[in-house]
Design a protein around this ligand. Structure first.
Ligand code: ZN
Ligand code: MN
Length: 152
């Protein structure tokens, strides 16, 4: 069983994304809606391929291009966060489409969203010390998750 967001939070996310999609006059096909739902429900930062497999179970004719196009659309609307990796195994967060710290398991690739208290301060300090005006940050912590620690 995959970890999922509570149903009410999923519905909130889905309605918010749909409102934005409509605002921009993007066509909403059943496949696109399914992809949006999968992203809003998931807690485990799925890859495009995982999303593809899930949509295909519902709509067998869906192409992988549809998945990528929908993700690109949601990125444009700032409604999905893309976690890019150099090997191309990008993952997506449809629940928190803004920068936040991630804990990434280098073995099983499990990605978690812990609530960390000092990110604002860190961001302020970065600004003060560099004079940059930041629009985005990425804070990834790599290592072994508790399950993989037990196995090793
Ligand atoms: Zn792990
Ligand atoms: Mn996340």
């Amino acid at each position: 069983m995959k970890p999922k967001e509570p149903a009410n939070l999923t519905e909130e996310r889905v309605s918010r994304i749909l409102a934005k999609v409509r605002e921009h006059d993007f066509r909403l096909t059943p496949q696109r809606l399914a992809i949006i739902r999968i992203l809003a429900e998931s807690k485990d930062h799925p890859s495009a391929d995982e999303i593809y497999q899930e949509v295909r179970a519902l709509f067998p004719t869906t192409s992988v291009a549809t998945v990528y196009k929908t993700i690109a659309l949601l990125k444009e609307l700032n409604e999905v966060l893309e976690l890019g990796f150099p090997d191309g195994s990008n993952r997506y967060d449809g629940n928190r489409p803004y920068p936040h710290p991630h804990a990434i398991c280098t073995k099983c690739r499990k990605i978690m969203d812990p609530k960390i208290s000092n990110v604002e301060e860190l961001s302020e300090e970065m600004k003060k010390k560099t004079g940059y005006r930041f629009s985005f940050h990425r804070l990834d912590f790599f290592g072994l998750c508790p399950e993989c620690q037990k196995k090793s």
